[in-house]
Design a protein around this ligand. Sequence first.
Ligand code: BEZ
Ligand code: FE
Length: 307
Amino acid sequence: MQQAASSVSQSSSPYFDEAHSADVVNARMGQNADARLRQVMEILVRHLHAAVKEIEPTHEEWFAAIRFLTETGQMCTDWRQEYILLSDILGVSMLVDSINHRRPSGATPNTILGPFYVANAPEYENGANICLDGKGESLVVAGRVTNIEGTPIPNAKLEVWQTNNDGFYDVQQKGIQPDSNLRGVFNSDAEGRYWFKSVKPRHYPIPSDGPVGKLLGAIGRHPNRAAHLHFIVTAPGYDPVITHIFTPDCPYLPEDAVFGVKRELIAEFNQIDDSDAARELGFAAPFWSVNWDFTLASSANPTPAIA
Ligand code: BEZ
Ligand code: FE
């Protein structure tokens, strides 16, 4: 973290003036305030004042900003967190995640959690089909969970969730989709292997009927997320991984609305036109197949610093 503004620009006057505005505000902070809160507030005040000085907003513009923040708060419910969505589309969620999950090379990277994770989803045996609405192109997902050295991790827990073929999560369509459609929990076997059936994910828009969606439109951006499956992979002694795998053919890969795509998370999806293999899986040919291994870093690993 950086230190407070240098003493060169500091004013000793307690009275407000434009040139020293941030210093005047920061000097008012109580000496007994929590040290971390003090540091955070000093930095925020400094950067906020610098932005306002650069923008030079009119009163009308400043009021529009206040109205936007008010509407963002008013949009929030137990099911809708518009401020997190704002942080997502500004790239701040990914930045905070990156800062907190610097992993050794070779480990599966994290990406954004998103608002549609549900704890305690149904647990399935490997091989189960999580698609309960029968829509979409059949997919089989298989792979291994290992550590950085390639040693299999048995009994790792894999939580998976994705949208249905209409582009909605089950929790967005209660009463329309079957409960727990396209979500489930699997455990890796003695060799670290997991496998399940699903459907090829498709791109979908983040919730865009609120102030964040309006902002995206106003700045010429679309709300679409690149097609993905979500995973949380956990095993005792290892750093939990919150991640996705992306389809390689999605046009939104380079312009994901929340900056969640990492090159290392783009998988190879193969279309298999083999009626025997399809029959064995209970699919019609052709179907999709993706092999994807998760590499977990030991939780004892120190976080490498970024230059
Ligand atoms: C998601 O991938 O589910 C998601 C992520 C960020 C915002 C909205 C949705
Ligand atoms: Fe998602």
